[in-house]
Design a protein around this ligand. Structure first.
Ligand code: DGT
Length: 134
């Protein structure tokens, strides 16, 4: 049994037509260099929606309307266990444009290669692909 504290994480799959918002994690952090969906750890007292709105706005300046829960996954790493919930989202307003220097960009769904993402994202990537394939 894993007795480590479980870190609660939320992430958004923001769809813009055939594109989804992704970012590259900074080199120095856990899973550095991998792609991720915007989001992060839930602060004490926050709902999933509050945490996602805060993280998305801080990271990208984007306001979204949250949709369905697409996947929930518990994953054990060497140093911690995470429980991550992925929500579908639609962009409402972009407060600032994304600078090419920033890690965030709109990626075509055909380019969401599982090898570029943390293993915890495998199932949701599968769901995104099957949702958009004809
Ligand atoms: P910080 O800098 O400590 O405030 O970090 P936060 O709140 O931005 O959260 P972060 O991104 O360090 O932690 C999220 C954890 O979930 C991290 O261990 C990586 C993991 N993870 C796996 N897949 C994803 C994903 O698609 N998006 C995000 N944001 N995290 C993911």
């Amino acid at each position: 049994m894993n007795s480590q504290l479980v870190v609660q994480v939320v992430a958004a799959i923001v769809f813009n037509g055939q594109h989804v918002l992704v970012g590259k994690r900074p080199k120095q952090v856990h899973l550095g260099g991998m792609l991720e969906f915007p989001g992060g750890k839930i602060e004490p007292g926050e709902t999933d929606e509050q945490a996602l709105s805060r993280e998305l706005f801080e990271e990208t300046g984007l306001s979204v309307r949250l949709g369905d829960l697409l996947d929930e996954c518990r994953f054990d790493y060497a140093t911690k266990t995470i429980c991550i919930r992925f929500y579908e989202a639609k962009p409402i307003e972009q407060q600032r444009s994304l600078d090419p220097q920033e890690p965030w960009y709109w990626c075509h769904v055909n380019e969401l290669l599982p090898a570029l993402f943390p293993a915890a994202n495998a199932r949701v990537l599968e769901k995104i692909r099957s949702r958009l394939s004809p």
